[in-house]
Design a protein around this ligand. Structure first.
Ligand code: URP
Ligand code: ZN
Ligand code: ZN
Length: 479
């Protein structure tokens, strides 16, 4: 059999373990996995002594998002290129409902933006920001699934952006979503509690030069209350829920109990919640770290690592929403006005590889599950993506074990600072293949705009996960 590319002698991370073997690629697909492959006409990628993983799938990025009075800085080219340097080959971005009374026009708008210059593969979730405007939710959900979009995001905060849903909106979405195999993703923070804390600590509205105020007014209970409420809504509707960007240790406890009770509630966390803590807000440029939910305590990170290890959290994503120092300066000393979000897609794999695998928290196989296989399964991309298997897309990253000291000026993301500045990380991509095309070669970008394409997704992804989650609640969550 002839090959276009052979990845040779790597430590290939398969779903059932690591194997020293070769990967033969023809066109966009993996066609053979076997030691000793050869073809005089094939391009050879030397992966000796390196881990070879399925391309990362970051299911949570916001490229060119209009938010907090500005627009996030990474687009589908700069963000996609940064992703590829970090071994991520597919991203799922969030299209917005915007002013529309339907859920399709927003997708079409974002599609037009992405197809102009995407450097890596992509899909979209739709952010349902005006649920009461939608006339026929059944029609909208069916149209989404028919066109390969199988997840929506709703918000329990962001009243000021006009994005907030109430419990009744969320229940209705959960009820309707289960008919079509759609996942309802939730930004779970308690609007009422955040307002309570702001009023408690800043009764006169003075918030001058106090980035730490962001942390003070969003303690873990603000996420915990919203999450536990959301889980109960999912339990009532017997529907699938996915809590995004989990920051608080107690949220992992709520999910664990939900799983024990057979509730289909899942969740992700992000590198910023795993390796940073809220002392960052006391730094000179503490406001750079403003993101929602805010970065919590060391004890929260510890619990989140355990949840990743135990399977109570199923994915790591990034919530990439890049605002540079000029945009962050819009806060003018008021923490409620920080453009919320951080860059991250480029550093996700290095952070989780360095602090998860190299520090011995979990195996490289488990790592691949968290950053690629589970996201692919849960969000309907598997087995096209998320695995190294014959027949799958040849989305592959060869990780460089060399330690690099992170400098924002050397990253490819469109930002002039990095939350991980000075961190010593291993696991940036030495080679990245996107559907068989070598787009990172010896650490250099060799791809081009429009290499990325839209990937349709399938419904009911949760059914593919390892752990047997049951549909019917079996017992009380807090029995
Ligand atoms: O602060 C954040 N996370 N910005 C992006 C929007 C969101 O809530 O995910
Ligand atoms: Zn969010
Ligand atoms: Zn987000």
């Amino acid at each position: 059999m002839g090959f276009d590319v052979i990845v040779k002698n790597g430590r290939v991370v398969l779903e059932d373990g690591v194997k020293n073997t070769d990967i033969g690629i023809k066109g966009e697909k993996i066609v053979k996995i076997q030691k000793g492959l050869s073809d005089p006409n094939a391009k050879i990628i030397d992966a000796k002594n390196s881990y070879v993983i399925p391309g990362g799938i970051d299911v949570h990025v916001h490229f060119v998002l209009p938010f907090c009075g500005t627009v996030s800085k990474d687009d589908f080219f700069t963000g996609g290129r940064a992703a590829l340097h970090g071994g991520v080959t597919t991203v799922i971005d969030f299209a917005g409902q915007g002013q529309y009374d339907n859920l399709w026009q927003g997708i079409e708008e974002k599609m037009r933006i992405a197809e102009k210059n995407a450097a890596c593969d992509y899909s979209f979730h739709i952010m349902v920001t005006g649920p009461k405007k939608i006339k026929d939710l059944d029609y909208e959900f069916k149209r989404l699934v028919d066109n390969g979009i199988t997840s929506i995001k709703m918000f329990m905060i962001y009243e000021s952006e006009g994005w907030q849903s109430d419990d009744a909106d969320i229940l209705k979405a959960l009820e309707t979503a289960k008919k079509y195999g759609i996942t309802v993703m939730l930004h779970a923070e308690s609007d009422k509690l955040i307002k309570y804390y702001i009023n408690k600590y800043y009764p006169n509205g003075t918030k001058v030069n106090d980035a730490y105020g962001h942390a003070k007014t969003r303690p873990h209970v603000t996420e915990g209350e919203a999450t536990s409420r959301a889980i109960r809504l999912a339990q009532a509707a017997e529907s699938t829920l996915y809590i995004v960007h989990i920051s608080a240790g107690e949220t992992a406890d709520h999910l664990k109990r939900a799983h024990e009770a057979g509730v289909l509630a899942f969740g992700e966390t992000c590198p910023q919640y795993l390796v940073l803590d809220d002392s960052v807000f006391k730094k000179e440029n503490g406001h750079f770290y403003g993101t929602c939910p805010q970065i919590k305590k060391k004890s929260d990170s510890k619990r989140l690592w355990k949840a990743l290890k135990d399977g109570d959290l199923i994915c790591v994503s990034t919530d990439t929403c890049t605002f540079d120092s000029k945009q962050k300066a819009m806060w003018e000393g008021d923490f409620t006005k920080i453009p919320f979000g951080l860059p991250g897609v480029e550093t996700m794999i290095p952070v989780v590889y360095t602090y998860g695998v190299k520090k011995g928290v979990f195996s490289i196989t488990h790592f691949a599950k968290l950053i690629s296989t589970n996201p692919a399964k849960f969000f309907g991309l598997y087995p096209q993506k998320g695995t190294i298997k014959v027949g799958s897309d040849a989305d592959i990253a060869v990780l460089d074990d060399k330690q690099t000291t992170v400098k924002a000026s050397e990253l490819y993301t469109n930002c002039d600072f990095s939350p991980y500045e000075g961190f010593k990380l291993s696991g940036f991509a030495k080679y990245t293949l996107l559907r068989g095309k070598v787009v990172i070669e010896d650490g250099k970008y060799t791809g081009k705009e429009k290499d990325g394409k839209f990937i349709k997704r399938k419904p009911y992804g949760y059914k593919l996960l390892d752990k047997p989650f049951k549909v019917q609640p079996k017992k009380y969550i807090y029995a």
